[in-house]
Write a protein that binds this ligand. Sequence first.
Ligand SMILES: Nc1ncnc2c1ncn2[C@@H]1O[C@H](COP(=O)(O)OP(=O)(O)OP(=O)(O)O)[C@@H](O)[C@H]1O
Ligand SMILES: [Mg+2]
Length: 376
Amino acid sequence: MKGSDVRVGNVSKFFDEFRALNDVSLEIKRGEFFSLLGPSGCGKTTLLRIIAGFETPDTGALTFDETDVLSLPPNRRQANTVFQNYALFPHLTVFENVAFPLRIRKAGNAEIETKVRDYLKLVQLEGHAHKKPNQLSGGQKQRVAIARALINEPRVLLLDEPLSALDAKLRQHMLIELDQIHDKIGITFIYVTHDQEEALSVSDRIAVMNQGDVLQVGTPHEIYESPATDFVAKFIGETNLFDGEILSVTPIQKVEGEYMVELAIPELGAIKVTTVDEVKSGQRVSFTIRPEKVLISTEKPTTTREDINLFQGFVDEPIYSGFQTKFYVKVRDKILIRVIKQHAKYSDEGPDIVWKDSVYISWSAHDGYIVGVKES
Ligand SMILES: Nc1ncnc2c1ncn2[C@@H]1O[C@H](COP(=O)(O)OP(=O)(O)OP(=O)(O)O)[C@@H](O)[C@H]1O
Ligand SMILES: [Mg+2]
């Protein structure tokens, strides 16, 4: 992966008075699997359509490989789109659907024959060339659409929620296939989804959007572990999020640039959390701890580690889902903390934790995260 392939520079887009995109800037690298992730209406499709050339931004720049493409029509941009609803030609066979872009540019029959066979093989549809779209399953239709979008060898493949019409199992399966196709052909993929699990599992990097803004761009790990805003923390995965005020900041002896922060959370009391950000006493911040990083036990933990936050509470609601149980634990009679316990080793788990049990919950200061400074 090298160089910037697609660069979106300070793009804004209005529909009458409504601002659908607000000064969006992105640099997408060549060969990257890049996702645009955000809730319905946040501007993902609008941004994708601007990149494809179906929509013009009111302000801003768009370059492919450092060349301005805003003045080019869609068919001259080398960016092909796969839509949510397949958009296949119903009267044409699978073969002719995939061949269509080649026929448009008047390719010879021999080339068409070879290429269509190759791309049908890539999407695992070799045996289906003669069928019509209405004889295919949803997943197969989407594979035809992908083969058709790839056959002209675009530099960028744009995918707008391509799997959303499929059921959950098939969606996962197709996602893995899509990832494999991406690895094989090595071009840039820009993938639009509102499904955070989808985005986390396949993307090299993700842009999280809300209400026309890009809130954070990062690897799945960065987005999940170091959310830039409250919205990102809540939208990606499940979390516990509280407001608090910084009481003290102490450098950690052994780790340069890392601080142990004491934080007052009104409903909870004082907690410890580490940070590498410059923060100071008196600042108001958000604090997040992921439910899977909180330990739950009926016995009081005997650890003497200084970085552990420990609270006693009562199980308000346990939600069993086979491989894990989620607990809402009420602490200080006020605040609910979500805890997820994975059922990995049955024999080690001790007695079941049930509704109304008195429990201890604990987490390390290193696993909590200060999301953002609200005010000083
Ligand atoms: N042609 C249009 N005219 C007026 N408003 C539009 C137009 N296209 C999009 N919008 C508005 O812009 C906002 C962003 O729309 P967009 O389709 O980009 O959202 P999205 O993130 O793709 O949502 P979804 O996940 O539901 O597909 C929405 O509020 C939408 O109503
Ligand atoms: Mg959309």
